[in-house]
Design a binder for this molecule. Sequence first.
Ligand code: AMP
Ligand code: ZN
Length: 446
Amino acid sequence: MSLVVYNTLSRDKEPFVPIDASHVRMYVCGPTVYDYVHIGNARPVVVFDVLYRLLQRRYPRVSYVRNITDIDDRIMVRAADNHEPIEALTRRTGDAYQSDMQRLGALSPDVEPRATQYVGEMVALIQRLVDNGHAYAAEGHVLFSVPSMSDYGRLSRRTRDELVAGARVEVAPYKKDPADFVLWKPSTDEQPGWPSPWGRGRPGWHIECSAMSAKTLGETFDIHAGGIDLIFPHHENEIAQSRSAFGHAIMAKYWMHNGFLNISGEKMSKSLGNFFTVHELLDQYPGEAIRLLLLTAHYRQPLDFTHQGLVQAKATLDRWYGLLRGRDAAPANAVPQAVEDALSDDLNTPLAVSAAHQLGTPTELRAAGQALGLLQQDAEAWFRWAPAGSSGPPDSEIETAIAARQAARKAKDFAEADRIRDDLKGKGVILEDGPNGTTWKRGELA
Ligand code: AMP
Ligand code: ZN
């Protein structure tokens, strides 16, 4: 089945036809790094990783870029609070983000640009906008002139009044129009800054993505994605900048947006304080369980986060790994048709998951897992997992006890063998005797 995606630009599902079928290009807006990311931030990473995997199956070459925003005023504030240099803070939290996303089974993008590495490109892009009349300098700032673009607002479909109100842009005397937004702003000596034709300063958030995407993927590319909150102003402004600078009718052909991860019906967010970091959840649940939870709703629908949902996701994976156990499937075959069809229909992951439940063989299950980024480990390794700080015995002690039980059975000392099994059970470890010997697993999550 050919791929169909919902395009926010047209508010409709459209067949996916790449600009260049020999090289598909996709950009996803990544996080601003000043702390551990929350599981809401992981939703775009996981759902668009499923898309990346699908594109890789269909096209000979796919370039996937996911940026890290390491210039932002929130970063400056946090670094000051921590008494930590900005570079140390963004390096540490950016690295933690990458490792947490890997533990959720997300493939590494082809490029992960950090904004600080592309300031030269940002300055050049702003200069272009100034030169062609789409931007103007005023009091150390450079602003994008919204009235200079006739179809500004096409992505978010907002009226002019809504644009101005929604942007909550500062009313500043140097602005020619209240909707104009900042491309460059001056920095004090204490603030991070880079030299520019408009004095020492730093880029605005939107220009970062326009510059990084153009440099890594080109002036136009196929897919641009992120959370639904980015449609306005971030993506609207990216489009304004890139189209005005380069003169193309589009920046990206398809704009895809994931719905919110909610908690008790409210958007999970740093500012509301109602969040769980991926880092802390990974102490309590395996990464694949977190990933499966994020795939149980369609990506455009809201998804309510609960611990119960994670416990259920782990139980599903326990069942699947149980089917794979002892059957080291040959390298996965083609993705089963029902799963591929579900994913081809605008990434219908809940349908793909229910199709996976119907599969008959371990090989098919592994292949379905590959498409979803699940079932990526050895079944024994899966069952050895334990939450951080759990009081259960270490793997080596379990292996030694199993060997001792084996020896007792051989010596026909069945009382001793049973004692060892019961002792392990008391410590939360369950033994299963099968044709290929004894396997073990740690008990289920409460
Ligand atoms: P931020 O660091 O806030 O720019 O967010 C990084 C990415 O996470 C963006 O694509 C956001 O749209 C997305 N995001 C933030 N909060 C949520 C949430 N609660 N649910 C889903 N996506 C989110
Ligand atoms: Zn962006």
